[in-house]
Design a protein around this ligand. Structure first.
Ligand code: CTP
Ligand code: MG
Length: 228
């Protein structure tokens, strides 16, 4: 069964506020994107990676692939305005015989091979799956500075990537979302909206998305601790 991973790395990293885009910032000496790609390439189930980057970064990323001897990179394609557009461009570059596809944020370099394998296995069994963790904080809905609602914490999970799907489900959900102007902040929400069930696979709190400067400090500490 052919399995591909779309790695989205075409964001501008505005919340990080760094001169260099966050996916290229170093994590223990190598770019975050490189750390992410190395882990994915080391997963036995992953056959091929489609990498989505900003048009201006293609040359630089091609050099990174050579310099770090990165394996399994099939295509490097251009991203779009929103993450959803970048994933759609990645879907267009998938091979026709691919049955299962995972989508992963380049900005999650701490994902582990066993997490990737777990979500791929669940997608093969059930059609769609996402990694996630139970939320630790109480979550409230706030509008104009006023608390409107306190949500039941025991029902809430923070969603990570990779998220993995039967290829047809993801492609159909993205196509319909694009046609009908539906917007979601992750791929599972599009697949849910398209009417398919999504299985939650419990991951680790360490699989954080490097989003703001403090995340980088935590990610670096976790990475070094893992190295021992
Ligand atoms: N991404 C992408 N194309 C976009 C926007 C985001 O490929 N148009 C990617 C990012 O590179 C990142 C992942 O999607 O790996 C998750 O997005 P996020 O953490 O929001 O990254 P950015 O959009 O770059 O950051 P920000 O929202 O702070 O600008
Ligand atoms: Mg973003």
């Amino acid at each position: 069964m052919q399995t591909e991973v779309i790695v989205v790395a075409a964001g501008s990293g505005s919340r990080m506020g760094s001169a260099m885009k966050k996916q290229y910032l170093p994590l223990d000496g190598a770019p975050i994107l490189v750390r992410t790609l190395q882990t994915l390439a080391a997963c036995p189930t992953v056959d091929r990676i489609v990498l989505v980057v900003a048009g201006d970064d293609v040359q630089f990323v091609t050099e990174l692939i050579e310099a770090y001897h990165l394996h399994k990179i099939g295509d490097v394609v251009y991203g779009g305005m929103e993450r959803q557009d970048s994933v759609r461009n990645g879907i267009a570059a998938l091979r026709h015989d691919t049955e299962v596809v995972a989508v992963h944020d380049a900005a999650r370099p701490l994902v582990t091979a066993d997490e990737v394998e777990a979500v791929l296995t669940a997608a093969k069994l059930f059609g769609a799956a996402t990694l996630g963790v139970p939320v630790k904080d109480t979550i409230k809905r706030v509008d104009q500075g006023q608390v409107r609602e306190t949500l039941q914490r025991s029902d809430l999970w923070a969603v990570h990537t990779p998220q993995a799907f039967k290829c047809e489900w993801l492609a159909e959900a993205h196509m319909r979302a694009w046609e009908q102007g539906y917007f979601g902040t992750d791929d599972a929400s599009l697949v849910e909206w398209a009417g398919y069930p999504v299985t939650m696979v419990e991951g680790r709190y360490s699989n954080l998305k490097v989003t703001t400067p403090e995340d980088l400090v935590i990610a670096e500490a976790l990475w070094k601790q893992r190295k021992g």
